[in-house]
Ligand binder design. Sequence first.
Ligand code: MG
Length: 375
Amino acid sequence: MSRNTTITEVEPFILHVPVTGRVVQDSTHTVTHWGVVGARVRTAGGLEGFGYTGTHAHLPSDRLISACIRDSYAPLLLGEDACDVQRLWSVMYGHPPVQWVGRTGITHLALAAVDTALWDIKAKAAEQPLWKLLGGATKVALPAYNTDGGWLSLDAETVAENCRRLVEEEEYNGVKIKIGSDDPNADLHRVERVREVIGPRRQLAVDCNGRWRLTTMLAAAPRLAELGVLWVEEPIFYDDLPGHIELARRISTPIALGEQLYSLDAFRDFISSGAVHWVQPDITRLGGITEWIRVADLALAYRLPVVPHVGDMGQVHVHLAYAHPAATLLEYIPWIRECFEEPIEVKHGKYRRPEQPGAGSTLRSEALAEYGQEV
Ligand code: MG
């Protein structure tokens, strides 16, 4: 039965969800709460779509995103058919006064939230999980790798013990740990310790979060290669395209990046110049699912693997990774899973394939009540 998917209301929300009672650090960020800033879109036929971006729960900047949703995008959407997602993406992205002030940054994070909510409605209207709407699953079981044991705020022995537990007890085949501190030797020691405890065959990735300089990375590269590191993620500053091109030519460890790139155009430049080997698009930064699919298709054309960064903590990316042929692996960080009607789940190192209609982004009303902030 077809439902009337005319948009009647677009309501922003802000959630600040505590990160399991810990302080989490990488080389660049310190996080105590994860910000879930998004849009709840209602339709005439009663369907509701949820979409959101990911932030570090800083209320002043979160409110810039929610204001953009409420004041700039919502008026463009009212009365439109929520299922016309591609067209509405172009209407929002191309809206001259908004594009004038930002093709990236706050306006694009807001666009990501709204676009995801529209895809959520489209999948719910089709009564299918998003991966099914997008053409069906291309893999039987999606492997997960775990990032939650390797924060820079933990000492080397704690990181090593976490990674041992993740591979031996929770059956992950891969882990990622943070490096990029001011003490590269200490960072290399962390990598050595983890490699010792997980053995030579399990996947071990490292993440600098854009912190190191080219020279630091070049000096560390031979040891990372000896340790069989799967990829080095964001080795130097996010937008430094010439630096990444040079690194890709001079080190043997593959480069992963994408979580800080806002556009298809940025991915085109990195991919076409050979500056990236593992492509990490993120719907929460990219302007949503619409642009994510374009980036994944681009990666496929270059035969590069896609491993989404999970600013949404995996809720929506699990659908995309199941559906897209270029996606091979998906990060797992469980910080906000309890906020959703169908939380992501990893068993024996593999993601459970979602079953509920929609994009996996539907919030539980209890989460809105408990973690909601004034928009
Ligand atoms: Mg990263």
